[in-house]
Write a protein that binds this ligand. Structure first.
Ligand code: KG4
Ligand code: ZN
Length: 414
């Protein structure tokens, strides 16, 4: 019944019995007519199994998500084969839930959109394989989705935002600044030269053993740092924002992370505690770390806004900065960015926190955007592959660096 595309590099095949039950489980709704095109979005690029059905006008008809955060917190990071196994165990249920909640049967869909790049190979493979089976079964068009493009365009689902706009994507796997000129037209202004801010926050949270903190035990690293920072004093530690002399829009977090690691080690000696116990100064460290990365992110973004204004790349009357990705749910970082947008007369827009982290809605919405623009809709999926590494748009970061724009100092009173 199912033909697996070997080029997809995935070998996940639910039993025929299970699949038959899955397909039979949909209620069909005779007489029900959908006025708008409907897209099912499927996301498995990292550690969330997510699906959603969104209509052409942006109505979210149904969504479901299974987060692996708790499992990965226990193992101290994402182990790709574990993530793959959890995606395999949950994808059928999650897609089924999203469809059932939306009261849409697969035959009523206009297309199926799935993240195929970038991300963890083993995780991407599960979503792609599952989607190709659905596409084949129901003879639907397939829309391959770039995970970061989907994060960038989510704002157009929640707000009326026209192209072009500037986007800052900050998550566990990515850190980039791009100008969005169209549905699949991006100019990359800057990116992290090493790790992403969420990755760094996760590492610092692990080093601080925040999983053992009663208030933070189920939170992601970044969320735990934000939570604890509220109880701390950022002035007790003085971490310098990275790359202060580089007049470009790139980012760096690993040097800062090593400095923090060293500070934590020193504090452990001072407080006479073993690695793995919680420092009495953990909240102060969290506050200082959060402040330092907020300043770093704000400064690079400030330069990107000035570059775009200098080159007339943004709307004169309504320049917009969109911030998204898991780290964008951090309210302290948002406030730092607000200082920048206030100073540059830009509008700062962020999707609601649940749409900042990975979700199925953003994938379905990207499918809708592509469907409306007639871009990247596949009627034949022969040869389709997932791509663990994939840049976003055209990289003009060198040109941005060559412009060497000096950024005026702003008081970061957050
Ligand atoms: O976008 P996302 O769900 O997944 C990808 O990385 O693509 O982002 C997850 C990252 C994690 O590193 C997590 O620690 C971070 O976002 N994060 C936060 C917050 N909530 C999640 N970082 C800072 N503050 C938060 N409130
Ligand atoms: Zn993401």
């Amino acid at each position: 019944m199912l033909i697996l595309n070997k080029t997809a590099g995935v070998f996940f095949k639910p039993s025929k019995r299970k699949l038959y039950d899955f397909l039979r489980s949909f209620n069909f709704h005779p007489g029900k007519v959908f006025l708008h095109k409907l897209v099912l979005g499927i996301e498995t690029s990292c550690d969330d199994t997510a699906a959603a059905v969104v209509d052409e006008t942006g109505n979210v008809l149904g969504e479901a998500i299974h987060s692996q955060t708790e499992v990965h917190l226990k193992t101290g990071g994402i182990i790709p084969p574990v993530a793959q196994q959890l995606h395999r165990e949950n994808i059928q249920r999650i897609v089924q839930e999203a469809l059932s909640l939306s009261k849409v049967s697969p035959s009523e869909l206009s297309a199926i959109a799935t993240t195929i790049k970038p991300g963890l190979a083993l995780s991407l493979g599960v979503g792609l394989s599952f989607s190709l089976q659905l596409v084949d079964q129901f003879k639907k068009p397939f829309i391959p989705i770039h995970h970061m493009e989907a994060h960038a365009l989510t704002i157009r689902l929640t707000n009326k935002v026209e192209f072009p706009f500037l986007v800052l994507l900050i998550s566990g796997g990515h850190c980039l600044l791009a100008l969005v000129r169209g549905v699949s037209d991006f100019l990359l202004l800057g990116k992290s030269l090493d790790i992403a801010p969420g990755d760094m926050l996760d590492k610092v949270a692990r080093r601080l053993s925040l999983i053992k903190h009663p208030e933070c035990s189920t939170m992601s690293g970044g969320k735990a740092i934000e939570h604890l920072a509220k109880q701390g004093n950022k002035l007790h530690f003085d971490f310098k924002p990275p790359m202060q002399r580089a007049k470009n829009c790139d980012f760096s977090f690993s040097g800062l992370q090593h400095v923090i690691d060293k500070t934590i080690m020193q504090k452990e000696i001072e407080e006479g505690i073993e690695k793995g116990q919680i420092l009495s100064s953990a909240a102060d460290i969290a506050a200082a770390v959060q402040h330092t990365i907020a300043c770093h992110i704000a400064k690079r973004t400030h330069r990107a806004i000035l570059f775009c204004k200098q080159r007339n790349l943004l709307s004169q009357s309504n320049a917009v900065l969109v911030v998204s990705g898991g780290v964008a749910s951090n309210l302290y970082i948002r406030k730092a960015l607000e200082i920048i947008t206030d100073a540059t007369q830009c509008t700062l827009l962020c999707p609601p926190p649940r749409l900042c982290t990975d979700n199925g809605v953003m994938i379905a919405w990207n499918g809708v955007e592509r469907l409306r623009a007639g871009l990247g809709i596949l009627y034949d999926t022969e040869g389709i592959r997932y791509e663990p590494k994939c840049p976003l748009g055209v990289d003009i970061s060198k040109e941005v660096g060559d412009a060497a724009i000096k950024v005026p100092r702003l008081k970061m009173k957050i």
